[in-house]
Design a protein around this ligand. Structure first.
Ligand code: SF4
Length: 390
């Protein structure tokens, strides 16, 4: 029976495939849940129920009962509806070529042929003659997740091939990311042979990651994969210090390539400094750690009311009007959209929401935004910023 907590997870695979030592280092840190994780779990549960109801696997009554037990909102309802439609469209396309096509929802996929004790959950797995499709719902609204060479999806595809290849003679695999909250839908298609070849490499890397002396190698996955070992990892900190060294040079002393490296990493450096500071604070508060040149002190604080109802009552008794003492504020756009759902928000507030032109920023060439092609426009905007809009 595979362990429910496989040490090498599919979701963290980009990290341990590239940095075998990350497994050993991360295991020193406790798991921390988050509000976002709970929200993502609910969205997946709702999406699963919608697909089960749409394909006749549960009754309408069952669907109503089970959804009533979930803490959902209008936004989640709308986004999972879009996901359900997307999955059903893909299923219809595969069924058109293969009447025996199969759609399974939240299917447990065994990965142990490639990763010891490994398993994953395919949000939607569609299989037809010669073709397999994997659709992964991502409910985050942070960074867009790419489907291209995504190791989590490729591992799920290998798991599904283990189960279905002998039956459907699969030749092509399509792997989809459906990330509705930031309108990110991405798809990557691969030949089965390429996936199997990659699977052989995965087996070697998994063995390496399970070794006690596995080495660490830093890369973009340290931050994008939220590696818990970052504050203490030598490889990660060496890499940041190398960049920090460039950052402290006078800009005029840097070559164009070094400048490109610094601006590409400026955010990372700021996050690294914050990460190390937070770790040091937690060690000092919880374990009495001391750092040369630093001490624990009480942080600055602001005055606060002890009892808002009592303050209101006392001020009203003293003759102050409600308008004088209470500030009412319209909910922000994100919160309002969450409350109303995207469709209703767009209908009700048609013409009342604008998106002003953004100020010029330097972004990577891979960024999907088109390049600003007139230096005059950028210069005018830039001068506006420097002059503080005067
Ligand atoms: S921070 Fe990066 S280099 Fe260090 S263990 Fe984590 S993934 Fe590996």
């Amino acid at each position: 029976m595979p362990s429910e907590h496989a040490r090498l997870s599919a979701s963290g695979s980009k990290k341990w495939l590239n940095c075998p030592g990350s497994l050993r280092l991360e295991e020193q840190f406790p798991d921390g849940g988050s509000g976002y994780a709970a929200e993502g779990t609910t969205a997946h549960a709702l999406a699963e129920l919608k697909l089960l109801a749409a394909t006749g696997h549960i009754t309408k009554e069952d669907f109503m009962k089970r959804t009533s037990e979930l803490e959902t909102d209008a936004e989640m309802d709308e986004y999972t509806e879009g996901y359900k439609d997307y999955v059903l469209e893909r299923f219809a396309a595969v069924s058109a070529e293969c009447p025996d096509a199969k759609l399974s929802v939240e299917e447990r996929l065994e990965l142990s042929e490639y990763v010891p004790d490994g398993f994953g959950t395919g949000d939607a797995v569609i299989v037809g003659f010669h073709v397999l499709e994997i659709i992964d719902l991502k409910y985050g609204r942070g960074v867009p997740v790419s489907a291209q060479d995504n190791p989590q999806l490729m591992l799920y595809a290998l798991g599904a091939l283990t189960r279905y290849d002998w039956l459907y003679d699969i030749r092509k695999v399509r792997m989809h990311i459906y990330q509705p909250r930031i309108d990110n839908i991405d798809m990557c298609e691969k030949d089965v042979d390429e996936l199997y070849m990659w699977g052989s490499w995965v087996k070697q890397r998994a063995k390496l990651a399970l070794k006690k002396n596995a080495e660490c190698a830093a890369g973009d996955y340290c931050d994008s994969g939220f590696c818990k070992a970052r504050p203490i990892c030598r490889a990660y900190n060496d890499e940041k210090q190398r960049l920090a060294y460039l950052d402290f040079k006078q800009p005029a002393e840097l070559s164009d390539d070094e400048i490109a490296e610094v601006i590409g990493k400026a955010d990372e450096l700021a996050k690294w400094a914050k990460l190390v500071s937070e770790y040091a604070l937690s060690q000092a508060v919880n374990h009495g750690a001391k750092y040369r040149g630093f001490k624990l002190a009480e942080g600055r604080s602001c005055r606060t009311y002890t009892d808002e109802a009592a303050v209101t009552e006392r001020l009203e008794n003293a003759g102050c009007s409600e308008d004088d003492i209470i500030t009412k504020k319209l909910k922000g756009i994100t919160e309002m959209e969450k409350l109303l759902g995207k469709k209703r928000f767009a209908e009700l507030l048609d013409g009342l929401v604008i998106k002003p032109t953004g100020k010029p920023v330097l972004v990577r060439e891979s960024d999907k935004r088109p390049e600003l092609n007139t230096s005059d426009t950028a210069k005018a905007d830039f001068e506006d910023i420097i002059n503080g809009g005067k």
